[in-house]
Design a protein around this ligand. Structure first.
Ligand code: SAH
Ligand code: SF4
Length: 362
């Protein structure tokens, strides 16, 4: 593994410092970043407005080796899924989602990417493929940013909406998440505004408060999945640390500080959380915060026995919320057929013995 740090970890001021330390004017940093983010060049040697010496020094200090795409799934007009091998050969996945009215900030010209923030996940939600194999490590900021660049290069699409809903718990990799968002937002970086970025969390209440204190208008989605402690703690171990009341208080703080509405994610799992009395409890929480509710029919995960409720049950749950004056939708199904729920392609690949060494698609 190349031990050099990725240049995609760096912000403009840091790169300016790097050039200044070499007696170069600060604007060299903007020149280098222009090659990376505007021209999408991934070779230092091709940065023709930098001297040969500087290009060599950059190459000695930083890596520009792109994430290797080892598997793809889907097609141009449905959800496309990308499995990437990182430089230490662990796997993460990113999903490109075409416009869908049920998605965050979505309109007809939206191209959304769902990105990962960790290899695996430590939170062990009982329904989730990402949690099944445990947590390996946090992604570096550059590895988060690169998912956007690589998916754009591989798909030929221009991404304009980002959801942190891939593998891992973004708020458990807080510092790297914030740094990645800085690079993604910056005009010298990827240039996607905060209002087009949604962070999803399983409910790290203190971190939700920290995020509220940041001067950033990013959107927040909270994976609630249970409206009472009894139901939520059965499927989400994190509820033992931060119960529903603590979580909702933190969400209220976020809404108040940001002047924003948040979204509750609610996976519908048969006979676990899809009963109408749960819809009534969920409606109370959503009304208190004026939160939107996004219902997600459960996606079957290999090796887990949870079931998706029938369409009739899904619709009854939705009706109960709407009757209680809650702004609720059922997420339209994109990618169910290609295992688009978080962590599933990776899980499938790691379990597929025939996959090892089958090459990359780059
Ligand atoms: N860790 C964060 C972000 C990643 S998960 C979080 O939990 O919010 C992104 C979303 O996918 C979450 O709402 C998660 O609950 C949901 N999800 C996980 N497994 C799923 C499955 N099998 N079917 C449908 N949604 C799933
Ligand atoms: Fe982790 Fe989110 Fe999956 Fe829970 S739902 S195990 S927090 S990735």
């Amino acid at each position: 593994m190349d031990k050099k740090p990725s240049i995609y970890n760096l912000t403009l001021p840091e790169l300016e410092t790097w050039f200044s330390a070499r007696g170069e004017p600060a604007y060299r940093a903007a020149q280098a970043l222009h090659w990376l983010y505007q021209k999408r060049n991934d070779r230092f040697q091709e940065m023709s407005d930098l001297s040969e010496k500087l290009r060599t020094e950059l190459g000695l200090e930083f890596t520009l080796e792109p994430l290797r795409c080892v598997r793809t799934n889907g097609s141009r007009d449905t959800t496309q899924k990308f499995l990437f091998a990182l430089r230490d050969n662990s796997f993460i996945e990113s999903v490109l989602i075409p416009a869908s009215p049920a998605l965050y900030g979505s309109s007809s010209d939206r191209k959304t990417i769902c990105i990962s923030t960790q290899v695996g996940c430590a939170y062990g939600c009982k329904f989730c493929a990402s949690g099944l194999e445990g947590w390996t490590r946090n992604l570096e900021p550059g590895e988060i940013v690169e998912q956007v660049l690589r998916v754009e290069a591989l798909s030929g699409e221009k991404i304009n909406n980002i959801v942190f809903m891939g593998m891992g718990e973004p708020l458990a990799n807080y510092e790297n998440l914030l740094r990645a968002i800085e690079v993604i937002r910056a005009p010298w970086g990827v240039g996607i505004g905060a209002r087009h970025i949604t962070v999803s969390t399983s409910g790290l209440a203190p971190r939700i408060r920290d995020l509220a204190d940041q001067p950033l208008q990013i959107r927040l989605a909270v994976s609630l999945h249970g409206a009472t402690d009894e139901v939520r703690r059965q499927i989400m171990p994190i509820n033992r640390r931060f119960n529903v009341a603590t979580l909702i208080d933190a969400c209220a703080y976020y809404c108040e500080k940001k002047g924003q509405r948040i979204t509750f994610e609610y996976i519908l799992i048969e006979q676990v959380n899809d009963q109408l009395d749960q819809a009534i409890e969920l409606a109370k929480l959503a009304r208190r915060l004026d939160a939107k509710v996004n219902l997600i029919p459960y996606n079957a995960v290999q090796g887990l026995s949870w079931k998706r409720p029938s369409r009739a049950r899904q619709q009854a749950f939705l009706r109960a919320l709407r009757t209680s004056a809650v702004d609720a939708t059922i997420r339209t199904e994109k990618g169910h057929d290609i295992d688009a729920a978080c962590g599933q392609l990776r899980l499938q690949t790691m379990r597929d013995k025939n996959f090892a060494g089958s090459g990359n698609l780059r």
